[in-house]
Design a protein around this ligand. Structure first.
Ligand code: MN
Length: 298
């Protein structure tokens, strides 16, 4: 048989660049982080994601006084905390609190504004141990920036874990879907967020929504995307929007975070813990916080 048909093949996302983290800085006294963005000036290329802080892995000695970040506000976006090792406790002015341990994810929607604290959980602090986590900030579109705050404690057991073909590794669907399995996170815009473990010499092939901004963060190990050069520990591979196919090859046993989302092409105005569309909205946010409109911790 000799078919002269044109086969429409899904196109490959080209790699735009590979980026290095900044040097380690402490957030409060509990989170030693390396930042990947915004420090690399990638707002347009990683939208809807706003910030990626990679915490640890770092050992903390036992203490009766849990380390962390005290009361502080947020408005206009969501904070997503992914814990790999250690235990983090959270409490906010909307009355939400929770403890997240290894494999758990906290998806906190600040939206119109909350005040919260993030600490090492008491028993974890008392025993001492290794903290290894990511905090990702996810932007909200203009229409949702002043919505009511929300909180999702996403426990490890509720996150589908899919064994990849040929013993290549395991993919956990935090948000979006993979091979028909849906992740538990409720998102405002379309987001795929996968925690991927890929074994040395193995490959994962992903089909992501056409037009998404897609980036691949290598926490540990070494990996390449669509034939790019290899990225090592704490490096970020950023892909172009066009196309939908992403093939990840691991040159070492690797732990990877796959972030893909529909870009929010709106102006970004940021000031510390506030991310809005305009400077006037930032000034309003600071005022609202100062007069207590984002609440207080009880
Ligand atoms: Mn915070």
């Amino acid at each position: 048989m000799n078919h002269h048909t044109t086969i429409a093949t899904a196109s490959t996302k080209d790699v735009l660049g590979i980026y290095q983290p900044g040097s380690t800085h402490m957030v409060g006294d509990g989170f030693p982080v390396r930042n990947l963005f915004p420090s690399n000036d990638l707002d347009r290329q990683v939208s809807p994601f706003l910030m990626l802080d990679y915490a640890g892995p770092q050992y903390f000695s036992p203490t009766e006084h849990p380390r962390g970040v005290g009361e502080h506000p947020h408005r206009g976006f969501e904070t997503v905390t992914i814990v790999y090792e250690g235990v983090v406790a959270h409490r906010d002015s909307a009355g939400n609190s929770g403890v997240i341990g290894p494999g758990d994810v906290q998806w906190m929607t600040a939206a119109s504004g909350i005040v919260h604290e993030e600490f090492h959980e008491k028993e974890f602090a008392k025993k001492g141990g290794t903290l290894h986590a990511i905090q990702l900030w996810v932007n909200l579109p203009r229409a949702s920036k002043m919505s009511a705050p929300g909180y999702q404690a996403i426990l490890n057991a509720t996150i589908p874990a899919i064994d990849l073909d040929g013993g290549a590794g395991r993919l956990r669907v935090i948000a979006g879907s993979f091979l028909g399995r849906k992740g538990p996170a409720r998102t405002v815009t379309t987001i795929q967020l996968y925690d991927l473990q890929l074994k040395v010499g193995k490959r994962a092939s992903l089909t992501l929504p056409e037009g998404d901004n897609t980036s691949i963060f290598v926490l540990q190990g070494r990996a390449s995307v669509n034939g790019s050069r290899e990225a090592g520990e704490a490096e970020l591979i950023v892909c172009e929007r066009n196309g939908s196919q992403v093939t990840i090859d691991a040159q070492a046993d690797s732990r990877i975070l796959v972030m893909s989302g529909a870009p929010i092409d709106e102006p970004i105005a940021r000031h510390g813990p506030f991310v809005m569309n305009t400077k006037a909205e930032l000034i309003q946010a600071v005022q609202d916080y100062q007069v207590g409109k984002m609440g207080h911790l009880s």
